[in-house]
Design a protein around this ligand. Sequence first.
Ligand code: 4NP
Length: 148
Amino acid sequence: MVCLGNICRSPVAEAALRHAAEQAGIPLEVDSAGTAAYHLGKPADPRMHAAATAAGLTLTSIARQVTAIDFDRFDLIVAMDADNLNELRSAAPTPASREKVVLLRDYTDTPGRDVPDPYYGGPEGFDEVVQIVTAGAAGLLAALQSGG
Ligand code: 4NP
């Protein structure tokens, strides 16, 4: 799961997918990272922690930047928005790894859209992110289960 800073959207997307996989009994390695290096080494933003906790999700991420190794190590690289998607596709070291880059909301009934960046907004933006990434995680897990 990849966003810009790895302190808001991707940490909760990571937690949502891990939770959904555990609930479904599906072994899945899930991690998150950012395209930028602004917040390296930091836990998720306290506002994101609060919104996630209210939804029963626990955030464990420590911010890091995407590396070339991620494109080899993971089967899917899931972008939170179009900027992240373009950034990741440019950074992909090989054509095959470029194919691994997908957009989270393409697994929901609102494909093609961004998970909105909540960083400069109010608390409702963080709750909205939790809802969107929870739907995205469910859709992604369903796609994995059906082989997609
Ligand atoms: P994220 O949110 O990409 O969801 O982690 C942001 C975090 C930090 C900044 C922007 C977005 N920033 O500009 O520092």
